[in-house]
Design a protein around this ligand. Sequence first.
Ligand SMILES: Cc1ncc(COP(=O)(O)O)c(C=O)c1O
Length: 457
Amino acid sequence: MTEQKSTYAQRDIGSYLHPYTNLSTHAEVGPLIITDGKGIYVSDEAGHEYIEGMAGLWCTSLGFGEQELVEAAIAQMRRLPTYHSFRSRSTLPGIDLAERLLAVAPVPMSKAFFANSGSEANDTAVKLIWYYNAGLGRPEKRKMIGRHYGYHGVTIAATSLTGVPRNHTDFNVPLPGFVHTDMPHHYRHARPGESEEDFATRLAANLEALILAEGPQTVAAFFAEPVMGAGGVILPPRTYFEKVQAVLRRHDVLFVADEVICGFGRTGNMWGTQTYKLHPDIVTCAKGLSSAYLPISAVMISEQIYQGLVQQSRKHGVFAHGFTYTGHPVCSAVALKTLEIMQKRDIVGHVRQVAPALQGAVQALGQHPLVGHARGIGLIAALELMADKGARKAFPPENKVGEYCMDRAQAHGLLIRSIGDTIAICPPLIITAEQIGTMMERLSAALDDTLAWVRKG
Ligand SMILES: Cc1ncc(COP(=O)(O)O)c(C=O)c1O
């Protein structure tokens, strides 16, 4: 250990296995221990305050310290702290939440199922589709298509849908029958001079070729995030989803929109599905559903799929899927309150109002010598750092330029995320235009530090 660590840091190293962490570095460096949060700010054990430029893990949409959510949890805790919904049991907040969610669904949806995380929601979607197709007498129609660098979680099926190599290597996934098609990253993967439209046509043709090669009678569903988050904040190129959805329809392949990041206002509409005119059969969501105050996720299904499940449960005597905490009353009460606040305070309207401040500042930073590509929509954005932006030459990954920039941002009082050399920004939706200005000044300072470091070699 290189420096004196707090007792908590030592205890953390001694006891806490951290997700998505370099475990060997962690044992040396220790944790950043966050102790308090208010609005868009969090502060650490030593009292340093940071702008939470990632809303935690793309999730704390209403910011920290929202008392109405706290009160909703307390009130429900007092009345009925827990109950399940197996075997036709139900709870008031669970019913209210299901109704409210269906009322704001981006396309007509019949029923909502609840789970605890985005991963579980996506695993559930996979299982429902298998069960549904089995009921239709076509159990061989079971393959799932994800996208390279798509992110859908870490449980076994969700991580199989995920297309990030490090999520697969040595973890014995993807499961058989999970295949991946192109990521729609025009800046990186378009051919010289290829328009967004032509790129989209090529990717849709590749998807169709994959479905034909696998055999359409074996392909069940395609999963996609409207904007790819953890893969690097990749916005779909113009006409991409229109062309992809036409392919899916041609081959009777279901479309699952993974709205875990985009849902609840992030892209300037309630859903990414609305922003990009999607027609999903299933929508999965989590994170912003409860502003991440308590773990809850949902799977919304179409009437057609619901009817298939009803038939199956008639045949088998039970729909044998569900979690102890499905529709947990306290989580449901907090999610319900989150949706109420979103409506009452017109959070989506607020996002639309302040998004130009963020996107304008992001485009301005696109002029920075390190930034090859600046992109975003609503209150999500990214800066892709390049060694030579003119020649579109990336840095060698081992130089960890993005990570350096993230560390410098932290030193300037801003928490953001590096995804390779892409810097992701995804602040709480309640951020003001003025706070966006401060956040981007800090990011600009981090970029300048990074440039100086890079130039020093
Ligand atoms: C698009 C998307 N889907 C699914 C997940 C998995 O959610 P969880 O971490 O709650 O399991 C994430 C997490 O970041 C995500 O971004």
